[in-house]
Design a protein around this ligand. Structure first.
Ligand code: KPL
Length: 305
């Protein structure tokens, strides 16, 4: 077993995990074409409010040691392209742990690399990056990890042990796909509405547009989940969504933040995934499709403007 854990994606989530792992364990993988070397330095504002300076080495691949795992903390749309570019320089046995929001990108990685150990994680830890060199641990939560394929399941215990060396709560999931669906429900019910209405999570319950459409979003989700063998009831899904929106009332959702910063959003892996999968199964999902189109249209307008 080696000491080095690689992290692909040095955004808020990647920096948060690098800072949380035991000192000296994490290394960021630079993009193959980038000339990055030396240390990536930034400030972590802990949940208790103190500031800690963090310094994480950039480790071009192949690494001079056997990596204990590769954590992929990119946005959903970058996960497969980024992994494809580094895969030849990564040992076949290195467990790959996918931290993406939504659904679709994890399955694409698992089918592109069927022989590699692939795991997925879903977390309720909240981290944001108000400035390029500052990461804020905004909310404490639990991180569930589970194998997506047979070799991923075999790698679960060492990966959970590795990540448990952080101060965070890590749990092994026997069925991570259900966990991914639960997170998808929350993101599908909060993220597009907060992005379109430009409001924090806690204000959704006062918004006519949210109140008009949330039941249909939940019905379309429940219909698809039941079809995929994940038992779901639309009314309970709405309760789950509203509970998280209130628990994170002052949060800016990741999608609202992306729109505010003019970055591409993960809508195609959230409501867009629900709309596409439903269409493929001949199930109606007009509201998830409408939300996907509206989020696309505000980000397209930004790009033109
Ligand atoms: O995960 C989130 C996100 O912003 O992507 C929620 C749970 C909606 C919290 O903001």
């Amino acid at each position: 077993m080696s000491k080095g854990c690689l992290i692909l994606g040095a955004g808020s989530l990647g920096r948060f995990w690098a800072a949380s792992l035991a000192p000296g364990v994490a290394n960021f993988v630079p993009r193959p074409e980038s000339m990055l070397s030396g240390q990536c330095e930034y400030l972590l504002q802990t949940f208790q409010g103190s500031s800690v300076t963090v310094s994480v080495p950039w480790q071009p691949l192949p690494a001079p040691y056997t990596p204990s795992a590769l954590l992929v903390t990119t946005k959903a749309m970058h996960a497969l392209p980024a992994l494809t570019r580094i895969a030849a320089s990564l040992p076949d046995a290195t467990p790959i742990v996918l931290f993406q929001n939504g659904m679709g990108s994890q399955q694409a990685v698992a089918s592109m690399f069927p022989e590699r150990p692939i795991l997925a994680a879903t977390t309720t830890e909240a981290a944001n990056r108000p400035q390029p060199d500052v990461v804020v641990h905004a909310g404490r939560g639990v991180t569930w990890i589970g194998g997506l394929n047979a070799t991923g399941k075999q790698a679960l215990t060492p990966v959970v042990e590795l990540l448990s060396r952080s101060h965070l709560q890590i749990r092994a999931a026997t069925d991570i796909t259900s966990g991914l669906w639960q997170k998808l429900v929350i993101n599908a019910g909060i993220n597009p509405f907060t992005a379109l209405l430009d409001c924090p999570n806690g204000q959704l319950r006062d918004q006519t547009f949210f109140l008009r459409h949330i039941d249909a979003v939940c019905e379309e989700l429940a219909q698809l989940m039941n079809h995929e063998g994940i038992p779901a009831d639309a009314k309970n899904l709405r309760v789950d969504i509203e509970t998280v929106a209130q628990a994170t009332a002052s949060n800016t959702s990741s999608m609202r933040a992306d729109v505010q910063m003019g970055r591409p959003t993960e809508i195609d892996f959230i409501n867009g995934y629900v709309a596409r999968q439903s269409a493929a199964l001949n199930l109606p999902a007009p509201v998830n499709r409408m939300l996907t189109e509206r989020v696309h249209s505000i980000t397209n307008t930004q790009q033109r403007g």
